[in-house]
Design a protein around this ligand. Structure first.
Ligand SMILES: *Cc1c(COP(=O)(O)O)cnc(C)c1O
Length: 431
């Protein structure tokens, strides 16, 4: 393994996600990227199966995204959003309003997905507060969810596997229903929603909102569930006058086969969180959208301002690249591309269901996961280097080996990823 000065410095001084500085993780240095390939410092290239955590849907170093960023830098990189506005924010908001469900008419730009979730929660609580419903301050969600790492978002992550259990005593106590289990609408059983229904019927007086990841529970286990569940949740939220927040941060912009996952249930949330692929993986930007009803409701009590305003709100560079990324996506045959990826992932990974190590294989859109019987976190001293030596970039966690490649990936490169997954399983079964 390369142990150059950079990596030694990195290990000594720089925190990586979910890592220890005393026992630093295995790290590989990337110096360039092009299309679906990342270039390592030693000159090798590896095929990216992760889209840099759901974000780089068009691949890296995209000429149109590069050009958009360069043009914007020459105009203005950033200006405060308090009292000022700019074309990149206006263009992007127009596009987002255009491509999301018609009732979603208001856009709040934030720096990251976690903050988009914080803003969504604030919107919901402020909405209730302004209606005089000051007791409606809690949230209802499901187990296995993931909504971010900040405190408000953490409180609606799965309390057990949400990586946040040590903060339990400082987090607000929300309500959790069992995670949906039904995968196809044809197999729908009312029992899947019965505990959720009971919780919302008993607690709606104290509930500001329900928050869910639509169709795919991501970091909480890469679990897929049926649209009928979402339809039932929407109906219950209407019945009990509770707002519905959908967190599309991982699923947005085509990942599950529709532009937004909620489209599969033909419903509209009251509040929608967007992020990750919003800028095509170029920079950090997220957005919280809401309906006119929510926005008017927040303003109803006179003071009426939404209490949030990040320093880098609606950063022009990020907004400009996001706008271009949406154009690149919509001008491409993304639906066909995602379908082809889904078919190939299904054909090449489903056979691993028969392997003794494997508990389940799931594919949805351009997402595939091989769930193993046992966690492999204790293998992370050698596994990352083994994976890179296969010419690919895959980052397993817990008992999940999963990929969500850029939509532009070709058949051969995708095969190299699925073959590598097979090699990982084989290697792990050698013990
Ligand atoms: C990644 C993610 C977040 C948090 O976004 P960050 O940009 O990492 O803060 C929130 N919700 C979901 C569903 C996510 O996948």
């Amino acid at each position: 393994m390369e142990q150059n000065e950079n990596l030694i410095f990195d290990a000594k001084h720089i925190w990586h996600p979910y890592s220890s500085m005393e026992n630093p993780p295995v790290i590989h240095e990337i110096i360039a990227a092009e299309g679906v390939r990342l270039t390592l410092a030693d000159g090798r290239t590896i095929i990216d199966g992760m889209s840099s955590w759901w974000s780089a849907i068009h691949g890296y170093n995209h000429p149109r995204l590069n050009q958009a960023a360069k043009q914007q830098i020459d105009q203005i990189s950033h200006v405060m959003f308090g009292g000022l506005t700019h074309p990149p924010a206006i263009d992007l908001a127009r596009k987002l309003i255009d491509i999301t469900a018609a009732p979603l008419q208001k856009v709040f730009f934030t720096d990251s997905g976690s903050i988009a979730v914080e803003v969504a929660i604030k919107m919901a609580i402020q909405y209730c507060f302004a209606q005089g419903q000051t007791k409606k301050q809690r949230l209802l969600t499901v187990y296995n969810g993931y909504h971010g790492d900040t405190f408000g978002a953490m409180a609606v992550c799965d309390p057990i596997n949400g990586m946040h259990s040590m903060f339990e005593s400082v987090l607000p106590k929300h309500l959790f229903a069992p995670a949906p289990t039904c995968i196809n609408d044809e197999d729908w059983q009312d029992s899947d929603i019965s505990e959720f229904r009971q919780l919302i019927s008993e607690h709606h007086h104290e509930l500001a909102a329900v928050i869910l990841e639509p169709i795919v529970q991501n970091t909480g286990g890469i679990r897929f569930y049926c649209p009928e569940y979402l339809r039932q949740v929407r109906a219950l939220c209407n019945e009990y006058d509770v707002l519905l927040i959908l967190d599309e941060i991982a699923t947005n912009f085509g990942r599950t086969g529709t532009l937004f996952a909620y489209e599969q249930a033909d419903i509209c949330p009251d509040i929608l969180c967007l992020g990750k692929a919003l800028t095509g993986g170029y920079m950090t930007l997220a957005a919280t959208m809401c309906t006119d009803k929510v926005a008017q409701g927040i303003a109803a009590d006179g003071s009426g301002v939404l209490m949030h305003g990040p320093t880098f709100m609606a950063n022009p560079l990020a907004c400009r690249v996001a706008s271009e990324s949406i154009d690149v996506l919509l001008e491409s045959d993304w639906q066909q591309n995602v379908k082809i990826i889904e078919q190939q992932l299904t054909a090449e990974l489903m056979p691993y269901k028969a392997h003794v190590m494997v508990k389940d294989v799931r594919v949805k859109g351009a997402i595939a996961v091989v769930e193993l019987h046992k966690p492999i976190d204790d293998q992370m001293d050698w596994l990352p280097t083994f994976i890179v030596d296969q010419g690919v970039w895959i980052r397993p966690f817990r008992n999940l080996v999963y990929i969500m490649p850029p939509f532009i990936i070709n058949e051969g490169d995708l095969r190299q990823l699925t073959v590598a997954i097979g090699n990982i399983i084989e290697k792990l079964s050698e013990g």
